[in-house]
Design a protein around this ligand. Structure first.
Ligand code: C2O
Ligand code: CU
Ligand code: CU
Length: 462
């Protein structure tokens, strides 16, 4: 509903089962009964207020990924929405060993999150962010899309309506019954090709879902489509390509990144996408014969995980869309000379409580520790150094990638990012201005298992 210039929603988090694999019911943790959760459509500058009600058997936290949100609505990992049974004495349900954080704001069944939407239009997503339990909660279904639009973007003439498709890609593993199997805990599927249970590296599933459906085939007209890819997988990376019926690759014309439109389109033949990244891409099916199939393939997969989805060109049609040479003129132009500070953070495996963990600057996440204090409005350069693959995400701010291992950024680093995919052994420099709000935020690896195993730190804006 809409009142006083605010769009209001109510979302109930509850257990619901869905038919994901034909003929099977899959119990899920859902936002409002569906996976993905309901897509929120927002207009720039018009606040969205969402009341979440927790009817799940576990505490939850909602985070709007990529949102420019005040800290009390940003979903800090101990800022829990407790289910009814947890209101007093939560011992019965277990799994709450970090609940003793004195700063936890707790004891409520509903919580209202307010998102000002004072930001560039883009595809955001919301997902669970509970301390130590984010990965299994997202795996179980707690993720949804949130689109921000404005008049300037609408006026560009990019493909729209039926010809604009947000595509949330996730991998999952299923038991024969249809139930989801989280292979870090349930070992039954570990020998199945494509499944990885090792918690340390992150969990992989052998079934690729797009918007909750396995390897969908989508009918299209022989025209341009705007495909808004989000990799919402816990730890699987994809290297996407669009392969036509003759085996030739179609151009992936990138128009936007995590934080909205690029300055100008960038054409790719393939597009690596790390967990939490978004790529806004236009594909033109005009040269595909009617009846022809275009496969969205994943070069990093093999067998079934080498496929993501397909488009079947059903008919010729008129195309009134276009991809302008200039997409946006409002990208920040922060320069190194403006930076008041340069910091360096290592993202590496290490010991945590005597066990293997993932550390930032040698430390596992601790909600009670202050890690980084930044002055409101300061421009800083951060140098991020990785041992293995780590998609590094900052809350609140978008950033630009300045360099990779001393060289210029990759073509897909263009525009404004909120997640940068550090490749093994790589270092990357990013630059941003920490503006918007004062308060406590986070930065972390978005391999969800790495995040749960400590690869997260506090970012305080003062
Ligand atoms: Cu997708 Cu801390 O976020
Ligand atoms: Cu985020
Ligand atoms: Cu990582």
């Amino acid at each position: 509903s809409t009142s006083g210039g605010v769009d209001r929603y109510e979302i109930t988090q509850r257990v619901e089962s869905a038919e994901i694999l034909p003929g099977h019911r899959t119990p899920l943790w859902t936002y409002d009964g569906t996976f993905p959760g309901p897509t929120i459509e927002a207009r720039r500058g018009r606040p969205v207020s969402i009341t979440h009600r927790n009817e799940l058997p576990v505490p939850t936290v909602v985070h709007l990924h990529g949102g420019r949100t005040a800290p009390d609505s940003d979903g800090y990992p101990t800022d829990l929405v407790l289910p009814e049974e947890w209101q007093e004495g939560h011992g019965a349900h277990g799994g709450g060993h970090k609940m003793s954080d004195p700063r936890a704001v707790v004891t409520r069944v509903t919580r209202r999150y307010t998102f000002p939407m004072d930001q560039r239009p883009t595809l955001l997503w919301y997902h669970d962010h509970r301390m130590d339990f984010t990965a299994p909660a997202i795996w179980q279904g707690l993720a949804g899309l949130h689109v921000v639009r404005d008049d300037a973007e609408d006026a560009l003439g990019l493909p729209s309506g039926r010809r604009e498709l947000p595509l949330m890609i996730t991998d999952r593993a299923f038991a024969d019954s249809g139930a989801l199997v989280y292979p870090a805990i349930d070992r039954t599927l570990r020998t199945r090709p494509g499944v990885r249970g090792a918690y340390l590296g992150g969990v992989l599933g052998d079934v690729i879902l797009v918007n909750g459906a396995p390897w969908p085939v989508h009918e299209v007209d022989a025209v341009r489509y705007r495909l808004r890819f989000l990799n919402a997988s816990n730890s699987r990376h994809y290297d996407l390509e669009a392969i036509g019926p003759d085996g030739r690759r179609l151009d992936l014309v990138q128009v936007g990144s995590d934080q909205g439109l690029l300055a100008a389109p960038v054409t790719h033949r393939r597009l690596p996408i790390a967990p939490a990244e978004r790529y806004d891409v236009v594909v033109d099916f005009a040269d595909v014969p009617v009846g022809g199939m275009v496969r969205i393939a994943n070069r990093l997969g093999s067998g079934r995980t080498g496929d993501v989805m397909a488009f079947r060109v059903a008919r010729r049609a008129a195309d009134g869309s276009r991809v302008p040479r200039v997409l946006s003129t409002d990208l920040p132009t922060w320069r190194r000379s403006e930076a008041v500070r340069t910091r360096e953070f290592s993202f590496r495996a290490g010991r945590m409580h005597g066990d293997h963990g993932w550390l930032i600057g040698g430390l596992p996440f601790d909600p009670a520790r202050s890690d980084v204090k930044v002055g409101l409005g300061d421009v800083e350069v951060w140098r991020l150094v990785a041992d293995v693959h780590h998609p590094v995400h900052l809350h609140l701010v978008g950033f630009r990638v300045l360099s990779r291992s001393g060289r210029k950024p990759l073509p897909q680093d263009a525009g404004l990012k909120d997640t940068v995919s550090l490749r093994p052994g790589e270092s990357a420099e990013i630059i941003t201005r920490f503006d918007g709000y004062r308060g406590r935020y986070l930065f972390h690896c978005h391999n969800a298992e790495h995040e749960d195993m400590g690869m997260m730190a506090n970012l305080e804006i003062t």
